[in-house]
Ligand binder design. Structure first.
Ligand code: FAD
Length: 324
């Protein structure tokens, strides 16, 4: 593959982390394959973002047009297809985000390109890249070959490619917008900010997460106390939100918040893939569960088979003691 492209994602004039995930993965691929790395930035009035990306990527290609001001899959697909059509050997990397799920399939059809989604890594065999995908609820890693395809679209799991912000001086090139006057069938209606809570669990380094295993306990003070002692925040699995014990913005998982902590303490959580899917970046995972066969123990770095009531107060005391 001669060219590696990364699509920059942004919202409200701010780059999203998927951009940096893409550049991190793109650097590895470009180096291994001897390919050129270019970041594609579609938007309107995006000069500042282009300069920010150029600090970390050798080349930024900008398409600036009011119709690209807010994310809309239809002009995105048309613009990307026009840029990539005519190129014979490339890989396009994009985040595996909700927005991109509306772009990647249509774009790969428009380009007659191979598509692999939610990749967590790359391996190389005889100079050819293979994508790593997780299967069967994260139990096995599959190596996906592109079967010789030279045009490939890949979406990347958020947080799977650690980004090194090492600076290099890249160039910015603005290309003419290839969109025609043909009216768009989809339109951007408005931006609705999600509920913002008193804490942002997605930014926390230490998370104490509670699940249905807390039983009928409605007083969460003991768990708050443990989270405080650890210098972390309290989060939860979905049943806790369903019981209205904590707000939705504290729920970790595929239908909740994606978190990237350094330490994740799971208390009375079984380890359903919808929950584990929200835990990114390989934290140190410690699980407390009374069932030794709970699936969470398959992914935990440390497991404590015990009842929460026997562990939580003792752990809090011990941590407080150590901090004295
Ligand atoms: P359970 O699976 O009931 O596990 C409770 C655990 O606690 C058990 O392992 C048990 O052994 C242990 N336990 C019980 N008592 C004690 C005790 N005294 N001491 C120690 N351990 C004890 N879930 C999410 O979390 N986040 C999501 O974003 C999410 N999205 C979903 C989206 C969809 C479309 C669907 C269908 C489901 C989603 N779910 C999500 C729900 C998910 O499938 C699981 O049902 C949920 O994660 C289970 O939560 P849990 O582990 O707390 O409960």
């Amino acid at each position: 593959m001669k060219e590696i492209f990364v699509l920059a994602e942004h919202r409200q004039q701010r780059l999203r982390d998927t951009t940096w995930d893409g550049i991190a993965a793109g650097r590895v691929l470009a180096k291994e394959l001897g390919a050129e790395l270019t970041c594609l930035l579609l938007g309107s009035g995006v000069d500042a973002m282009a300069l920010e990306i150029a600090k970390h990527c050798p080349k930024v290609m900008v398409v600036d047009d009011p119709r690209l001001a807010n994310f809309n899959s239809e002009p995105y697909i048309k613009t990307l297809a026009a840029i990539l059509q005519g190129r014979s050997s490339y890989m396009l990397l994009m985040g595996n985000s909700n927005s991109i799920m509306d772009v990647a399939p249509g774009l790969s059809v428009a380009l007659d390109a191979a598509l692999t989604t939610d990749c967590v890594g790359f391996e190389f065999q005889e100079g050819k890249p293979l994508a790593v995908r997780q299967m069967y609820s994260y139990k096995v890693n599959a190596l996906v070959s592109f079967k010789g395809a030279e045009r490939v679209v890949v979406t990347l799991r958020s947080g799977a490619f650690p980004f090194d912000p090492a600076e290099n001086a890249g160039t910015v090139e603005t290309v003419a917008c290839p969109l025609t006057d043909e009216p768009l069938k989809k339109r951007f209606v408005g931006f609705v900010e999600g509920e913002k809570g008193d804490v942002d669990i997605s930014a926390a380094d230490v998370i104490v997460s509670i699940g249905r295993g807390i039983g009928d306990e409605e007083d969460l003070d003991a768990f708050e106390e443990l989270a405080d002692a650890m210098g972390g925040v309290l989060a939860c699995s979905r049943p806790i939100v369903d019981k209205n014990l904590l707000p939705k913005y504290r729920q970790v998982g595929t239908s909740g918040v994606e978190v990237k902590p350094k330490v994740y303490l799971a208390l009375g959580i079984s380890g359903a893939f919808q929950h584990l899917g929200g835990i990114k970046g390989n934290p140190l995972l410690v699980a407390v569960n009374k069932d030794p066969r709970a699936p969470i123990f398959r992914v935990a770095n440390y497991g404590i088979v015990a009842k929460l009531e026997d562990v939580v107060p003792a752990l809090t005391e011990k941590i407080k003691e150590l901090k004295k």
